[in-house]
Design a binder for this molecule. Sequence first.
Ligand code: PRP
Ligand code: URA
Length: 209
Amino acid sequence: MGKFEVLDHPLIQHKMTIIRDKKCGTREFRQCVDEIAGLMAYEVSRDMSLEEVEIETPLVKGKFKRLAGKKVVIVPILRAGLGMVDGMLDMIPAAKVGHIGMYRDEETLQPHEYFVKMPADLQEREMIIVDPMLATGGSAVMAVDALKKRGARAIKFVCLVAAPEGVKALREAHPDIDIYAAALDDHLNEHGYIIPGLGDAGDRLFGTK
Ligand code: PRP
Ligand code: URA
């Protein structure tokens, strides 16, 4: 079973409170989402494998560690996942970026896939899906399906706010993946919004309504 972790570093909690506030405007919202994603990248990459290399410092030769193995792909679920890409890339600059376009039908709450563009050889890569909201879990489950169908094996899902319903659905459908959230909230309301949540992440990031 993959892990489910809430990354509740004080800096993350502080920035989460800023973006939950309905008075937080688009510019500050975008800035904080970017910063939280960067802080989360630090924890999400904790189990990346290292290899030993010999280099020469200005004084002596020595053996030191550098990242080895699987190349990372950051996969935002459009639109709102885009807000987390730059923060992750600040920490993992060599990562490639694949995109999954998906929207949730407001009536049925079912996700609809409209775009997928991935780098080649997903089976050799470490995939990090980013989306601020894990609500019913429908979008996350479909995104992981899309990556597995294309050969991906090592997949992590990183969100800002998770609802218990979404965590359960994603773990049931894909027990092998690791899930990271900045906060685990209380429940979904009758419209599928996370309570207390932060509203519609895409609209708040891009200033749409
Ligand atoms: C939001 C969010 C997730 C999805 C979560 O996207 O960014 O992708 O809803 O809901 P679920 O867990 O119930 O599937 P939305 O469909 O609003 O699209 P947008 O990012 O384009 O605004
Ligand atoms: N999508 C959002 O953007 N917010 C929610 O609360 C649920 C789904």
